[in-house]
Design a protein around this ligand. Structure first.
Ligand SMILES: Cc1ncc(COP(=O)(O)O)c(C=O)c1O
Length: 362
């Protein structure tokens, strides 16, 4: 048995064919930066997520940095960040010269609701991360942020296509940041990202920042950088977007199967709310005290799993910050992501379920 956690080479032949055809179209057109593919993608995302402005850029980490710079957050400022997330969330804060201030998550890995306790006069923004694809309660978070005059930058890198009360992940805060890293629900064949905003001025500024501050060639109004998206990547994303809703259905079906089949194992905590609209089923993270043993057992049986993530950020050398991060620490020791993607066959999902059962002797 060999069931990888995720193997992108399993793409079906018809998708490969469409991607190759799009590659040929771009090659023949001879435009490899900017152009119609970028405009089409931005328009499609704006329509799908109901975002006034969607600005494609080089990757999700840059999207976070562009959001922070767009909001003029820098040296002397503090930004509240969850202790458990991919490193980019806090890294971007450091890259603009500000300080990430970590706060614990709840038992599902989302920024704990009492994050207000860590606000100081230096706090400028909070970055809720929709971890594993599950949205933070945005109505409540936005109200708190407003009360304290803080900016909200949503890290929606894992939550493309999740909606809460009809509003998409990434469209609640001042800026929402998306990643189209190949392993994401909507993934390019390389690096790509996007900033969403509902503010016209901010959108213009972010667009300038990601293109050397140029509104027109050779006119530099701001100090910016090059974070433009590759035309080829955006062209592939236009193809991938065609299949997005179908793939989401397949993910949810697998999640449902796992939930039903694994619910009788008392030693397991299953993800909550994964079938709801505000979860895009990016990752299926189970929790158990026997995480390492289960992971080894599954590996021996040829089943790939992953740990998101093995260390909390404040404990990493690059950040080293003291604090109470109990829930995040628990997830680091107990969390295990099972394979969940549209390339999985029905029989493989059944085999994964059976193998987990046999580990627990159920
Ligand atoms: C939560 C989170 N934030 C930010 C990023 C950064 O995105 P990228 O890898 O496109 O730079 C990712 C993706 O890897 C992520 O999962």
């Amino acid at each position: 048995m060999n069931i990888p956690f995720l193997d992108l080479s399993r793409m079906d032949e018809s998708l490969k064919k469409r991607l190759k055809e799009r590659f040929s179209t771009v090659l023949e057109a001879g435009i490899f930066s900017g152009g119609k593919e970028v405009e089409t993608f931005e328009k499609s995302v704006s329509g799908f997520l109901r975002s006034a402005y969607s600005i494609a850029c080089a990757n999700g980490t840059d999207a976070l940095e562009l959001a922070l710079r767009g909001l003029e957050i820098g040296p002397g400022d503090e930004v509240i960040v969850p202790a458990l997330t991919w490193v980019s969330t806090a890294e971007a804060v450091v890259m603009v010269g500000a300080k990430p201030v970590f706060w614990d998550t709840d038992e599902n890995g989302l920024l704990r609701e009492d994050w207000e306790k860590v606000i100081t006069p230096k706090t400028k923004a909070v970055i809720p991360v929709h971890l594993y694809g599950k949205m933070v309660d945005m109505k409540s978070l936005m109200e708190k942020a407003k009360r304290h005059h803080l900016f909200v930058i949503e890290d929606a890198a894992q939550a493309f296509g999740a909606f809460q009360n009809g509003k998409a992940a990434g469209t609640w805060g001042e800026v929402g940041c998306l990643s189209f890293y190949p392993t994401k629900n909507l993934g390019a064949l390389g690096e790509a990202g996007m900033c969403l905003t509902q503010n016209s001025e901010l959108s213009t500024k972010i667009r300038l920042l990601l293109n050397h501050g140029q509104p027109l060639r050779d006119q530099h109004e701001l100090i910016g950088r090059n974070s433009r998206i590759d035309t080829l990547q955006v062209a592939f994303l236009n193809v991938m977007l065609e299949d997005f809703l179908l793939n989401q259905k397949m993910r949810k079906r697998i999640a449902e199967k796992y939930l039903t089949a694994l619910s009788d194992i008392p030693e397991l905590t299953l993800p909550s709310g994964i079938l709801e609209e505000d979860h895009n089923a990016h990752l299926f993270v189970i929790q158990t005290e026997k995480r390492n043993e289960l992971k080894d057992f599954l590996t021996q049986k040829g089943i790939g799993t992953a740990i998101h993530y093995p260390t909390i950020l404040p404990e990493m050398k690059a950040f080293s910050q003291a604090g109470e991060f109990d829930n995040s620490r628990i997830l680091v020791h107990r969390g295990l992501s099972l394979p969940m993607n549209s390339y999985l066959k029905k029989e493989e999902v059944s085999l994964i379920i059976d193998t987990v059962h046999s580990f627990f002797g159920a």
